[in-house]
Design a protein around this ligand. Structure first.
Ligand code: NAD
Length: 293
């Protein structure tokens, strides 16, 4: 069992760190927010008073932070405090450029590094069923895999530095676009007098099928577990979808990729967020299409 330093114990990081404790690892945690640190302590994470204290003597360090700037700041501290050869894993969803920079910093410090963003949300973090998309060397991946398996059910090595972040934002761009498309189809069906159930029965078993309709249907009824049946409580908050779509558009601009539907989805989610819906599930955007736009 490993000694692990865990930085960022929020909605995702907290339950992930607790699953590492349950798997028998010694986990020293740090978060800037005292209540979050206390909650993790109550579930067996040893609290540290500073990031450097949490990572000192750790064989593996994991960060789970909001954005690239937080990761680069935290990694600067971490890399000054760990021994050469330590494996540092970032599980946050951040821009590809910052992720690659973090890998370079780790290499310069003589450390192994992996970007390993997740999908599966807070439910998956608590249940230990996350999907990890990893980028980095084969050696870093091999060392990380048994530890990531304590927090997730599917661990995919996507390629070299930044490839995990690239996979994450490409996947979530598909999700944002497909949810908008499914919502538009249900609103059109309503105007045409077609029932939700009839559209679902046809589209979920024919060429319109996708996760946004089959598993996460944005109207109440056809898929009882979807947030539409729970007043659009997240689930996956619209603000987080907007964050990921913005990251996809930054990456498209930097790489010269043409993503017109990704750009449109980003604008629609920006408007939805501006209208005060950032904390609602991202499938609630269907309500915006029922208004005249
Ligand atoms: P969160 O805001 O709940 O947690 C982030 C934590 O980081 C906070 O507790 C904050 O105090 C702490 N923090 C910030 N800077 C720090 C620093 N320098 N040192 C120590 N602690 C610091 O966010 P979250 O929902 O846990 O998301 C974390 C990451 O996971 C984000 O990148 C997010 O995009 C990604 N993600 C979230 C979800 C989700 O459903 N919430 C799903 C997939 C991916």
């Amino acid at each position: 069992m490993a000694r692990i330093g865990f930085i960022g114990l929020g909605n995702m990081g907290g339950p992930m760190a607790v699953n590492l404790v349950k798997a028998g690892h010694e986990v020293l945690g740090f978060d800037l927010a005292a209540p979050v640190l206390k909650a993790a302590e109550e579930s067996g994470v040893k609290p540290a008073s500073h990031a450097s204290q949490a990572v000192k003597d750790a064989e593996i360090v994991i960060t789970m932070l909001p954005q690239g700037k937080h990761v680069l700041t935290a990694w600067t501290d971490i890399l000054q405090s760990v021994a050469q050869g330590t494996l540092v894993i970032d599980c946050s969803t951040i821009d590809v450029e910052s992720s690659r920079k973090a890998h370079e910093m780790a290499k310069a410090a003589g450390c192994l590094s992996l970007d390993a963003p997740v999908s599966g949300g807070t439910g998956g973090a608590s249940a230990g069923t996350l999907t990890f998309m990893a980028g980095g060397s084969g050696g870093a991946f091999a060392k990380a895999k048994p530890v990531l398996e304590a927090m997730g059910k599917k661990i995919v090595h996507c390629g070299e530095a930044g490839a995990g972040q690239a996979a994450k934002i490409c996947n979530n761009m598909i999700l944002g676009i497909s949810m908008v498309g499914v919502c538009e189809a249900f609103v059109l069906a309503e105007k045409l007098g077609l029932s939700h159930q009839a559209l679902f029965d046809v589209a979920s078993t024919s060429s319109g099928q996708c996760w946004s309709i089959n598993t996460y249907c944005p109207v109440p009824g056809p898929v009882p577990t979807s947030p539409a049946n729970n007043d659009y409580k997240p689930g996956f908050a619209a603000a987080l979808m907007l964050k990921d779509l913005k990251l996809s558009q930054e990456a498209a601009l930097a790489s010269g990729a043409s993503t017109p539907l990704g750009a449109e989805a980003a604008q629609l989610y920006a408007l939805f967020d501006k209208l005060g819906n950032g904390g609602r599930d991202f499938s609630a955007i269907i309500e915006m299409f029922r208004e005249k736009m």
